[in-house]
Design a binder for this molecule. Structure first.
Ligand code: HEC
Ligand code: HEC
Length: 331
């Protein structure tokens, strides 16, 4: 082939590639015209202030901290809580066999995986659930008593000091008062109907049972879970934050099925709400929470136990529809 012919063919190829790129770009722009809800959905999941990007510090840099040993111990306790504090724990036997990491994924570092990025920057803070200003240590004990259905750690213990030091280290680069993008748990757009446990059971059987089974699957070390149980006597109790279905649906939507460690959003919003309704309709340990929410009007819309400051039933507060509740609160 002559040199000019080669050149001509190359030019044609480049032009074709450019046309394909432009067409692909235009079709993305057209999408909302065909289905306006597609754009809304995309916006709901992506708009955040641009200055709030956060990526977790690398654990290899812990050694540069003056209290490196304590932070390392805390990281180990968050990842493998049960080995130390579970039913056969080597330090004490004060919790149900779950690890903090079961819910605070990737040692509390995963975006929308209930990470710890905003703890150092926002605590101590007033929390309406207790009606008091809470320290990081109080908040950790809350999860031990509720999510781990256990007994609070002594604030002076090495275990509490380690966990608190690690959690503060995870959020050390976040300016005071700021909450980074992807902190905690995502909010799934509300349904205009009640979440449905029967539909959720079907979602569970097709997407979750292959790992979680009917009562979790134990790790070969015998001390923690390979796949933690989602209900029953070894699961979180009725006082846990994740017993509110908006928290559970948000956690599931962004993180489950747990494959590849990224926010895959495999389930639709409806499936996430329904499977959360199913899981939280199953039996689990109870906790006396009579002292919670001393100011009734501050109870979250999806708090499943009365009394309430409004006239809606416990069933509606547990499963929805939630929009009428939110509208009534706005008035
Ligand atoms: C069964 C699930 C579960 C387990 C296990 C669990 N947590 Fe939590 N944790 C939650 C939920 C849900 C929240 C509230 C998140 C929200 O509302 O955004 C939370 C919140 C927290 C917070 C406050 C985060 C913030 O930004 O305000 C801390 C600190 C915390 N947990 C520590 C722990 C520690 C330490 C352990 C292990 C001893 C643990 N958690 C185990 C579910 C769990
Ligand atoms: C591929 C296996 C797998 C599948 C499928 C899966 N999970 Fe999980 N799930 C896990 C693992 C592993 C953890 C604990 C993560 C950790 O400790 O790092 C977990 C943790 C959880 C937790 C928090 C811990 C607890 O016990 O409360 C919930 C809730 C949960 N999964 C719900 C679901 C739901 C709902 C589905 C189906 C939509 C699902 N999972 C599908 C593996 C899986």
């Amino acid at each position: 082939m002559k040199e000019e012919e080669k050149h001509f063919l190359l030019t044609i190829r480049i032009c074709l590639a450019a046309v394909i790129v432009i067409l692909a770009f235009l079709s993305v722009l057209m999408l909302p015209l065909l289905d306006p809800s597609a754009l809304q959905k995309a916006v709901a999941w992506t708009t955040r202030p641009p200055d709030s990007k956060w990526s977790a510090p690398d654990s290899l840099s812990i050694k540069e901290s003056p209290n490196a040993e304590l932070i390392h111990y805390g990281q180990e306790l968050v990842a493998h809580t049960s080995r130390y504090l579970g039913p056969q724990g080597t330090v004490a036997s004060i919790s149900n066999g779950m690890n903090c990491q079961n819910c605070h994924l990737q040692v509390g570092k995963k975006i929308f995986g209930n990470n710890f990025s905003a703890v150092a920057s926002t605590y101590p803070k007033f929390r309406a659930r207790s009606g008091t200003v809470e320290s990081v240590e109080k908040r950790i004990n809350d999860c031990i008593e509720r999510s781990l259905n256990g007994t609070a750690l002594d604030t002076a213990s090495m275990e509490m000091k380690g966990i608190a030091a690690y959690i503060r280290w995870v959020g050390k680069d976040v300016p005071k008062g700021k909450i980074p993008h992807g902190a905690g748990i995502a909010d799934v757009p509300l349904l205009n109907r009640a979440a449905n446990p029967d539909k959720g059971k079907e979602v569970y059987e097709s997407n979750c049972a292959r790992c979680h089974g009917t009562s979790g699957v134990r790790h070969p070390d015998g001390k923690q879970w390979l796949y933690p149980p989602l209900w029953g006597s070894d699961s979180y109790n009725t006082g846990a934050g994740i017993f509110r279905i908006s928290r559970l649906a948000g956690y599931i939507k962004m993180n489950m099925p747990n494959e590849g460690g990224v926010n895959r959003k495999v389930l639709s919003d409806e499936e996430a709400w329904d499977v959360a309704a199913y899981i939280n309709s199953m039996p689990r340990p109870t906790k006396d929470i009579a002292q919670d929410w001393p100011e009734l009007s501050t109870k979250p819309f999806d708090h499943p136990f009365g009394p309430y400051a409004d006239g809606f039933s416990e069933a509606q507060h547990k499963y929805g529809p939630f929009q009428p509740i939110l509208d009534a609160h706005k008035k």
